[in-house]
Ligand binder design. Structure first.
Ligand code: AMP
Ligand code: GLY
Length: 427
């Protein structure tokens, strides 16, 4: 069987890594891929908005299965496009992808189906938004409705700031939508809860905690994610039952009723307050960098999971996970999430010993004359597994010391909340 993964981040490298463990796959392609996927797959460059171009590659290379990594092609309807051409594809259709593509769609679905989420209002008119802000308590969360590459959310400590942010969105700061969402701030602990879904059923697909802020101690601007660990210790059996019953099941039921049963990975971004889950956001794909830690912990063959979803036979599949703690630390270009330099050489990567509990997943990299260069904000994902989180983090940090790259930086404190809590409990 020939298979293609669409995307070029650490998530796609981790997916290729896991897929490569299957003997069933003859040829693996990554469109467009990076320096890491190049070692496991044939990279083929193509603009991901050019669906005709992607289809041409699929036909030429005789690709049987396609897995879509990032949200943008999903939101733009790549699954509908390829399905109409009889290509087997893993991911949700355009309608269901609105769960991530439009926060207004997601919030209205929650409201209609009593899914716990922050109270909110959706506005296209500034005066109405300002009236809502005046009647709200601070902090107020201001969000762009459409895709905004992780830059669409502001937690505003004053009503003045909320008005400024709302005005920017309504005036068209983000091309995807001029609608603004104003939300109540929920104080709690964040949890990423993953499911894999076919037409009939869904399965738990791991938990993780991401670190979105750029600075140690969770300060500074939001990023795509500076590091993650799995499993998230916050997730108890009792909490999981609530997440399934109050959030995942009603969402999937609602989409089915609307004629669009969900298929693919579903990533619920939750806030846990007093042991109750609230839905903050849905992503219609694997997380990045959460995918890197989940793929290291996944014991079941990934191709079995993918095939079960495409063939709607997930109810017969048992998914197994390693009990290890896994962590990924993201090595970024200095300046990220603002401006940063590209084309800077990264040395010593081949000095890191790689095994099943020790990987370096590439994100913004390319290879030229056998040397590795940066070409993005998030560049490498140093990913390790060990018996506990402290050992795992030490292993990641030791590997990071080996890498020789002056233009990079990373957070040394991934997992700090849990590690500090455990240490305090010991005292
Ligand atoms: P989102 O893109 O919706 O996940 O928002 C980015 C981040 O903002 C989340 O990971 C949370 O840390 C924070 N956030 C978003 N909405 C809320 C909310 N209603 N209450 C508290 N924090 C929020
Ligand atoms: N790590 C956050 C995301 O994938 O959206």
């Amino acid at each position: 069987m020939n298979l293609a993964v669409i995307g070029s981040g650490g998530r796609e490298h981790a997916l290729c890594y896991k897929l490569r463990q299957s003997k069933e796959i003859e040829k693996l392609f990554c469109i467009p891929g990076n320096a890491g996927t190049k070692k496991l797959a044939e990279n083929i460059s193509e603009d991901l908005s050019n669906f005709d171009g992607i289809y041409k590659i699929i036909k030429e290379k005789k690709i049987d299965f396609v897995i879509i990594g990032p949200e943008e092609p999903l939101v733009n309807g790549i699954v509908d496009f390829l399905t109409n051409k009889n290509i087997k594809v893993f991911g949700p259709d355009k309608f269901s992808s609105q769960l991530e593509g439009s926060k207004a769609f997601m919030k209205n679905l929650c409201k209609k189906n009593n899914i716990p989420t922050a109270n909110f209002g959706v506005f296209e008119n500034l005066e109405e938004a300002v009236t809502f802000i005046k009647d709200s308590k601070v902090p107020i969360v201001v969000k762009a409705d459409g895709l905004a590459a992780g830059k669409g959310v502001s937690i505003c400590q004053s009503k003045e700031e909320a008005e400024i942010k709302a005005k920017e969105i309504i005036e068209g700061k983000f091309k995807s939508s001029r609608k603004v969402l104003l939300e109540e701030f929920i104080e709690g602990e964040e949890l990423s809860y993953f499911s894999v879904v076919d037409k009939n059923t869904f399965r738990f697909f791991g938990s993780a905690q991401d670190h979105k802020r750029v600075g140690e101690g969770d300060v500074g601007p939001n990023t795509g994610g500076m590091g993650a660990y799995s499993p998230a210790n916050l997730l108890t059996e009792q909490l999981e039952e609530k997440i399934k019953k109050k959030i995942i099941e009603p969402t999937l039921r609602a989409l089915k009723k609307m004629g669009h049963p969900y298929k693919g990975f579903l990533y619920a971004g939750l806030m846990i307050k007093k042991n109750e889950p609230y839905l903050i956001e849905y992503n219609i794909r694997m997380g990045d960098p959460e995918c890197q830690v989940l793929m290291m912990r996944l014991k079941t063959n990934l191709i079995e999971v993918v095939k079960s979803v495409v063939n709607d036979s997930l109810k017969n599949l048992k998914i197994h996970w390693s009990d290890n703690s896994c962590m990924t630390v993201v090595l970024c270009s200095k300046g990220y999430p603002g401006n940063y330099k590209k084309n800077s050489e990264i040395r010593n990567l081949n000095k890191i010993e790689i095994d099943e509990n020790n990987q370096v997943f590439h994100a913004g990299t390319y290879e030229k004359n056998k040397k590795i260069y940066s070409n993005g904000g998030r560049v490498l994902n140093v990913t390790c597994a060990e018996k506990n989180l402290v050992l795992t983090r030490n292993k990641c940090l030791n590997n990071l010391k080996i890498i020789n790259w002056d233009d990079g930086f990373f957070r040394k404190d991934i997992g700090w909340r849990v590690i500090n809590k455990n240490e305090n409990n010991k005292r």
